[in-house]
Write a protein that binds this ligand. Structure first.
Ligand SMILES: Nc1nc2c(c(=O)[nH]1)N(C=O)[C@@H](CNc1ccc(C(=O)N[C@@H](CCC(=O)O)C(=O)O)cc1)CN2
Ligand SMILES: Nc1nc2c(ncn2[C@@H]2O[C@H](COP(=O)(O)OP(=O)(O)OP(=O)(O)O)[C@@H](O)[C@H]2O)c(=O)[nH]1
Ligand SMILES: [Mg+2]
Length: 465
């Protein structure tokens, strides 16, 4: 059973385990202050009976035999004006692996329980300090590996998404009131339902939801990065291209066809977005079993990719083996033809293949020529509205949970509209689906809670958060 009532006092190390200048043990709950008094002494060994709220005090942590464990700074913050909304005590100790754990152990001995992953944040949510999207944003912030993602997460932590959702919800509530007005005054000869007006309002709300839904594509790219598969026949310079983009000798490059046999994945950040580059085995009629498996993987990666870089050796021209690979990627609009080995003289150019490839770049992986242009083209291909999304100032959906719930809300509104169009205009009937939409919106911010909420949200956090 989870402690949704927040009866226990919880504690955990809030900093990464490892060598660091400081390590913080955080305690939250009713017994935070008594526990702090139990473990903390002034340098002289004297007990401290009252702590000034939110002010650091210098001293030592002792074990039950009054033996000093570490020299520390501690702070007590009284409920409700704290991160969790409960009494919070923090012990800032030296950041060794042993010392921080020893301090935590003393705290646990005095009656605190080790916090579960995300439990501090869950308490902040349960006490109304933050809503669900803000709680999730804390985790996203911790997970963020690119500046842009961090920026989007901070905005969400500040409440940008919740504000947007609440705005949509309020408009929907207004619409509902408008529909129900017809029920409340049946005798007053108010027109049964002004369906035209109701529809107009519904369309407005739906439009807002759709706008938000559209941001998810970019949101996912910001969060997960752009998957770029580098494919082509052996020896055209795929691994050289990977190295050129990474600016390091990551993959083995030789003049022997069939050098790369396994998939190599590396990430670089370009304009704030992670580019997840995947170098693959050259595709051809396989020699041995290892190469065959490698080629199967190449084809798999090609299918998963957001962008496919189809590399050819321009100094050799567009040859039969290239043509065979072309069959695998036909009908895809996310392919960029990369004509490599420009330095060796090109026998085929972008212009000549214009009818086959909408996107084409001529490069020399060896001389690092054309690499920036290629990176630009990758961005152009996946990012629909670069200005609006990439500055990180707009509300962007990055969570599948939010996306699915918003989609559900939209579907409920579609049902209402269909009902109106089919003549089922009874207000009670229409309200059912409006309520469904409201419920989905409520679930996003956590006003409507579900049983598995903890498991889908907070258990993903690291311990101590
Ligand atoms: N030492 C320390 N640093 C930390 C945290 C922490 O818990 N401890 N945080 C943990 O995530 C983050 C900061 N987040 C926090 C959020 C709210 C409050 C807080 O005390 N809120 C009160 C009072 C606000 C005010 O003074 O205006 C409140 O909301 O009522 C503290 C930290 C990052 N840095
Ligand atoms: N002149 C020239 N040679 C290049 C260029 N890029 C790669 N090469 C050479 O082409 C050969 C093959 O390069 P790789 O990068 O190993 O080719 P690959 O496509 O990864 O080959 P496989 O892993 O076997 O599929 C090596 O000898 C490289 O030095 C280029 O831009 N110009
Ligand atoms: Mg290779």
């Amino acid at each position: 059973m989870r402690d949704y009532l927040c009866e226990d006092t919880i504690a955990a190390i809030g900093t990464p385990l490892g060598k660091g200048a400081i390590g913080i043990v955080r305690i939250s709950g009713k017994r935070a202050l008594p526990i702090l008094k139990e473990v903390f002494r002034r340098k002289s060994g004297e007990r401290v009976e009252s702590f000034e709220n939110r002010k650091m005090t210098y001293g030592i942590v002792v074990d039950e035999f009054e033996e000093p464990i570490d020299e520390v700074l501690v702070v007590f913050m009284g409920a409700p004006y704290t991160f969790t909304g409960e009494d919070v005590a923090e012990i800032h100790c030296h950041g060794g692996i042993v010392v921080t754990r020893k301090v935590l152990r003393e705290v646990l001995k005095r009656g605190a329980r080790l916090a579960e992953p995300g439990e501090f944040t869950m308490r902040a949510f349960l006490h109304g300090k933050i809503d669900l999207t803000q709680a999730e944003a804390i985790n996203e912030l911790i997970e963020a590996r690119s500046e842009l993602y961090a920026k989007v997460a901070v905005k969400q932590l500040e409440g940008s998404l919740s504000n947007k959702i609440r705005e949509i919800r309020d408009r929907l509530l207004e619409t509902k009131a408008f529909i129900e007005a017809a029920v409340d005054f049946p005798d007053e000869e108010i027109e049964i339902l002004e369906t035209g007006k109701i529809k107009e309002k519904l369309f407005e709300v739906k439009d807002e939801i759709e706008k938000l839904l559209k941001t998810y594509r970019e949101g996912r790219l910001i969060k997960e990065g752009i998957k770029v598969a580098i494919v082509g026949r052996p020896n055209v310079g795929k691994s050289s291209l990977l190295n050129a983009i990474l600016m390091e000798e990551r993959a083995i490059v030789t003049e022997i066809p069939g050098t790369t046999r396994d998939v190599i994945e590396e990430t670089v950040t370009f304009k704030g977005l992670p580019l997840r580059l995947v170098d693959t085995a050259g595709i051809r009629e396989a020699g041995d079993i290892v190469e065959k498996i490698g080629i199967e993987k190449s084809i798999e990666k090609l299918k998963e990719a957001d962008v496919v870089l189809f590399v050819i050796d321009g100094s050799a021209g567009f040859v039969e083996d290239d043509r065979r690979i072309l069959k695998l990627i036909e009908n895809r609009d996310n392919v960029i033809l990369v004509i490599n080995k420009k330095d060796a003289g090109l026998r085929v150019k972008c212009e000549k293949l214009r009818n086959l490839f909408k996107h084409c770049v001529e490069i020399s992986a060896k001389n690092l020529d054309g690499i920036d242009e290629l990176a630009e083209r990758i961005m152009e291909l996946v990012v629909l509205e670069p200005e609006s999304i990439l500055d990180g100032n707009e509300v962007v959906l990055t969570s599948e949970r939010h996306y699915e719930l918003l989609k559900r809300a939209k579907e409920s509104l579609d049902k209402v509209l269909t009902s109106i169009d089919s003549g089922y205009e009874s207000p009670e009937f229409l309200s059912i689906d409006i309520d469904e939409a409201l419920k989905s919106l409520g679930e996003i911010v956590g006003e409507v809670t579900t049983e598995d909420m903890y498991d889908i949200i907070f258990s993903r956090f690291c311990i101590g958060k």
